[in-house]
Ligand binder design. Sequence first.
Ligand SMILES: *[C@@H]1O[C@H](CO)[C@@H](O)[C@H](O)[C@H]1NC(C)=O
Ligand SMILES: *[C@@H]1O[C@H](CO)[C@@H](O)[C@H](O)[C@H]1NC(C)=O
Ligand SMILES: *[C@@H]1O[C@H](CO)[C@@H](O)[C@H](O)[C@H]1NC(C)=O
Ligand SMILES: *[C@@H]1O[C@H](CO)[C@@H](O)[C@H](O)[C@H]1NC(C)=O
Length: 375
Amino acid sequence: MILTLSLGLLVLVQGAWSTIPPPQVSQTLPLLLEPSCNDSQVLSVAGLALEKINEDRKEGYILSLNRVADVKEHHQEGSGSMYYLTLDVLETTCHVLSKKHWKDCKIRQLHYSVYGQCKAIFYVNLPRRILHLPAYNCTVRPVSRIHIFRVCAVCSALIPKNISDTWIFQTVSEFLEKINEEIGVGKKFHLFKVTRFRIQWLLGPTYLMEFLVTESPCNKSLPDQCLQPPDDAQPVGICKATLRANLIKKYVPGMCEFFESQPTSAPESDPPEHQVPQQLASTAAPTLEGPKGSVQFLPDPPVGKIEDGQEKKPIVTFPAHVSLTTEPLGEVLHLPSHFLLERKELPIVLPFPEGSRSNECPGPAAYAYSLILPP
Ligand SMILES: *[C@@H]1O[C@H](CO)[C@@H](O)[C@H](O)[C@H]1NC(C)=O
Ligand SMILES: *[C@@H]1O[C@H](CO)[C@@H](O)[C@H](O)[C@H]1NC(C)=O
Ligand SMILES: *[C@@H]1O[C@H](CO)[C@@H](O)[C@H](O)[C@H]1NC(C)=O
Ligand SMILES: *[C@@H]1O[C@H](CO)[C@@H](O)[C@H](O)[C@H]1NC(C)=O
């Protein structure tokens, strides 16, 4: 008896030593609510989750919400809810480093849209002023080229990023030289990375490219003497240039947009105008954690094979997957320490609910073209 008691004590002590006491996970399968995908609260939660996704990213373009494809809500004991969101998204023309709000960015024109789906786990606790995105994953694709070609033969096609054509690099250099002459006072801009490259036929090839630039200082007394950008140089802006060439002349109109604050600067506070309170102490606590997810860019699906005289449609899928636990009854979610929640208030996270959609889902799309809506 004494032995079992002390064993029990030992187990208790060990339990206390592990990071968290045995979670108060309920013994029955938790009840998942299925709110409408057009519910105003759901739309606002989805918009905030997408804002956090964009904030978390270091590369690519800001994604905007096209529609809520599915939502499950797990109301937590005490206060707050864990949301399991499936969001249909559209790429905008703003780079994530611009740190703009997705609502302030334009989506790309239909013929070179990039669209896809994000899955996100999002914890919202308004009484405690917590909005926390522990995990997300997205998959995006360019709009099917074969479909675009049918409706618009000259419309541009995305070209894979591996551009080794020296002519194009030379033209980018010429463009940057012009930019440097015009605005590069005391500094010089250099190509950092090509982020998008398209080709379009208009009486010959027209290349449309977007690229990040970095900068290096120049010696004021000797303007020709500019340093090379350091190895860890960060992009300071994004330029868009159109390269149109015939045998005689080359035209390179374009423009650059410079990011307001550099990505290396102190973490910025959230703009105050949102109706829903922002996370507690978000300005005080540096975000030292790694990324919470990623956006995978998949290529245009290959053109279907012709079988029995019928073109087989390529199967377009958006295999985004997030999972923080495989435990059917869920696990306690460890929040960053700056969220001052007591242990018993910590939320439970479940495996991402797959399977049937909620009844009133998907919600209405902002842009309801089948070409840019995931199935
Ligand atoms: C990218 O281009 C380089 C130079 O032409 C080539 O060696 C390399 O194999 C290409 N990579 C891919 C993934 O196509
Ligand atoms: C600029 O160049 C001059 C002449 O070479 C040199 O004396 C000076 O130290 C340089 N200044 C900087 C900031 O590099
Ligand atoms: C996101 O997707 C990647 C690869 O597809 C996977 O390794 C990762 O675990 C996923 N993230 C989460 C939180 O599930
Ligand atoms: C979505 O909600 C808005 C306003 O609440 C309403 O006007 C609209 O008809 C709804 N759309 C659908 C498809 O239910």
